[in-house]
Each structure stands twice: as structure tokens, then as C-alpha cells.
Design a protein around this ligand. Structure first.
Ligand code: NAD
Ligand code: LMR
Length: 329
């Protein structure tokens, strides 16, 4: 292997998403079969042992693309020279915890991580935030990394995108490859808006192919938006393998591009497009080329979609104002 390894840092590496993610990164699914990777695992001190156990298993896979693994509980060390940062570790909401407490606890994680990225990351660093509340955690990290171009900070709505694809393909009895241009707008939360009005099935309007506004409003949108909660209810734990898979998809598209004639969904820094306040990290239809995500421009937004997008964006504004009031940004 002659190429220089890409430094990939995974936070929360000993958690359940970490366990589903690391083996796929090391086997070449994140960046492709020709790119060696060096893994940096960041954990809290109490979970470093568990991360070491996962590293032993990674060694035991003898992955040809895995050129090394470092484990640390220090953010500065973890992000030194990082090319791809996957911020998975976050503080989950516990019983009786208020929203402000949750935002504050996560501010305590994402502020120093943003600062460490600012201090030591490689020039081409790309950051994906998975840990919830993902959009606002990404905003906190981005705000503390003033020397890194803002567009390098993203949050994950690819899992919501994949969930929407799966629901639509089942409803219409079409294969996943027949569906294009689906969009998740807004926040990775129950207010998100999975949009079928711009989506196409075999080149024709997906909304027209469904032809059933009641299903769209009463089944499709809530099923996608509340899927995370449904999985927690069924599994007793939040989604892990599907979340890891979506993180792989998000980064793979970012680096390798989206296919011609299609787009995907990602939460990226708003440039004011579609009335989303500049600077918010909100989900949009995006294409990737040349290693950049760009917001798809010029889509017509009807009244129904407008209301849904605005509601989710209003929630993001509230979260931003709450972290501002807490002095986190
Ligand atoms: P988990 O509890 O199994 O693992 C989280 C890990 O993060 C733990 O090992 C913990 O020790 C670690 N951690 C906590 N604080 C840390 C810090 N400051 N630095 C480094 N590591 C730290 O949780 P999980 O199931 O792996 O989920 C991780 C996060 O991803 C959660 O916030 C979850 O809600 C979120 N999630 C997001 C999506 C999405 O689509 N965006 C989907 C699923 C889950
Ligand atoms: C998901 O969408 O599966 C998760 O974000 C749910 C959660 O709250 O961890």
C-alpha cells in the first residue's frame, strides 16, 4: 500500500454506534478500497478499556487497509492531524433531564472538541456530527473552530433519508434504485420534513405515484420522523447499525460525489437558501462533487412543504438561541 493513510477520528468509539462503525471504516467502506486509514478513538476515561477491547478485535480482523489505531481520552490528541472526524459520542437525555440541561451537557463535549479540531486538524478536515442533538452539537463545534471553513461541519440526516427511501420503496413496490431526489429538510428530530414532492420514481413525480395525501401526511411523514423513537421502543436502545451505515454513506458521498441526476440529504451550514437563516446547520437536498457538499438550488416550495420546513427550522432557531443563552456559542 503506497498511499498515505487518512486519519479518521471516531468519538464515542466504545459505544454501540462505534462498534458498528469501526469495522466498516477499517474494511474500506468509508473511503473506498484503495485508501488506507489510521483510526483515532476518543473516549471518556471510564470507557477507554472498552475501546481497547474493540481495538484488539480490529487487530484480529487483519484488515489490509488499517494502518494503525490510537486510543485516547484527550480531544487535542484525538484530533491532531485529523482528516475525517466522526463525532458520535454525546450525552444522552436521562430521566428528568430538562432540554437546557441536555444542551448544556453536550456543549461541554462539543465546545472543547470544536476547539481541538480548530487547533490541530488537517487542512482538509471534514466533520460529521452524529451525537444528538446532532444539528445543534455541530453548530457548537463549528462556532468554536473559526479557522476551519464552516462548510466542513455537517450533521447527519442520512439515516432519515435512508429511512424515507425504504418506506417509499415498500409503499410503491419499487426498488430503491428507482427512487431519486428525495429530501429531508430541517432538524434531525421529530419535526424533520421528509419531502416527496421533489422526489422521482423512475423519472416521474413520487408524490403523484403515491397519489394519497392521507398516507403521505398520516403515515409516511410520521413514520420517518419518529422512526428513531420506534427503534428505541422496540430494541430498548437507539439505532446503531443503521446509524453507522448512514454515517458511512454520508462521508462516502461527500468524498466520492453523488451520482448524476440524483441528490442526497445532509445537514449543512445554511447560506440562507430556502429561507433557512444563514449559519444554522439544517438538512437540505445536497449534491457532492469535488469533495464538497452544495445545497441544490432553485426548487419550488409549495405551501404544504413551506409550513413543514419552517416548523423544523423554527425548532433549530430555538435550539441555537438556547445554546446562545447558555453561553455555549
Ligand atoms: P452509546 O451510549 O452506546 O455510546 C456513546 C459513547 O460516547 C459512550 O461510549 C460514551 O462513553 C462516549 N462519550 C460520551 N462522552 C464522550 C466524550 N466527551 N468524548 C468521547 N466519547 C464520549 O450511544 P450510541 O448508541 O453509540 O449513540 C451515540 C449518539 O448518536 C447518541 O447521541 C445518539 O442519540 C446519536 N444517534 C444519532 C443518530 C442520527 O441519525 N443523527 C442516529 C442514532 C443515534
Ligand atoms: C435515531 O434517529 O435513531 C436516533 O437519533 C434516536 C435517538 O434519540 O438516539
Amino acid at each position: 500500500m503506497t498511499r498515505t493513510p487518512v486519519n479518521v477520528t471516531v468519538t464515542g468509539a466504545a459505544g454501540q454506534i462505534g462498534y458498528a462503525l469501526l469495522f466498516r471504516i477499517a474494511s474500506g467502506h468509508l473511503l473506498g478500497p484503495d485508501t488506507p486509514v489510521r483510526l483515532r478513538l476518543l473516549e471518556i476515561p471510564q470507557a477507554v478499556n472498552a475501546a481497547e477491547g474493540t481495538a484488539m478485535e480490529l487487530d484480529d480482523c487483519a484488515f489490509p487497509l488499517l494502518s494503525g489505531i490510537d486510543i485516547t481520552d484527550d480531544a487535542k490528541t484525538a484530533f491532531d492531524g485529523v482528516n475525517i472526524a466522526l463525532l458520535v459520542g454525546a450525552r444522552p437525555r436521562s430521566k428528568g433531564m430538562e432540554r437546557g440541561d441536555l444542551l448544556s451537557a453536550n456543549g461541554g463535549i462539543f465546545k472543547p472538541q470544536g476547539e481541538a479540531i480548530n487547533a490541530g486538524a488537517a487542512e482538509d478536515v471534514r466533520v460529521l456530527v452524529v451525537g444528538n442533538p446532532a444539528n445543534t452539537n455541530a453548530l457548537i463545534a463549528q462556532q468554536h473552530a473559526p479557522d476551519v471553513p464552516a462548510e466542513r461541519f455537517t450533521a447527519m440526516t442520512r439515516l432519515d433519508h435512508n429511512r424515507a427511501l425504504a418506506q417509499l420503496s415498500k409503499k410503491l413496490g419499487v426498488s430503491l434504485g428507482d427512487i431519486k431526489k428525495l429530501t429531508i429538510w430541517g432538524n434531525h428530530s421529530a419535526t424533520q420534513y421528509p419531502d416527496l414532492f421533489h422526489a422521482e420514481v423512475n423519472g416521474t413525480s413520487a408524490a403523484a405515484a403515491v397519489g394519497d395525501q392521507e398516507w403521505l401526511e398520516g403515515t409516511f411523514i410520521p413514520t420517518v420522523a419518529k422512526r428513531g423513537a420506534a427503534i428505541i421502543e422496540a430494541r430498548g436502545l437507539s439505532s446503531a447499525a443503521s446509524a453507522a451505515n448512514a454515517a458511512i454513506d454520508h462521508v462516502y458521498s461527500w468524498v466520492n460525489g453523488t451520482p448524476e441526476g440524483d441528490w442526497t440529504s445532509a445537514a449543512v451550514v445554511s447560506d440562507g437558501s430556502y429561507g433557512v437563516p444563514e449559519g444554522l446547520i439544517s438538512s437540505f437536498p445536497v449534491v457532492a462533487s469535488g469533495g464538497r457538499y452544495e445545497i441544490v438550488q432553485g426548487l419550488e416550495i409549495d405551501e404544504f412543504s413551506r409550513g413543514r420546513i419552517d416548523a423544523s427550522v423554527a425548532e433549530l432557531v430555538e435550539e441555537r438561541d438556547a445554546v446562545k443563552a447558555l453561553g455555549l456559542i
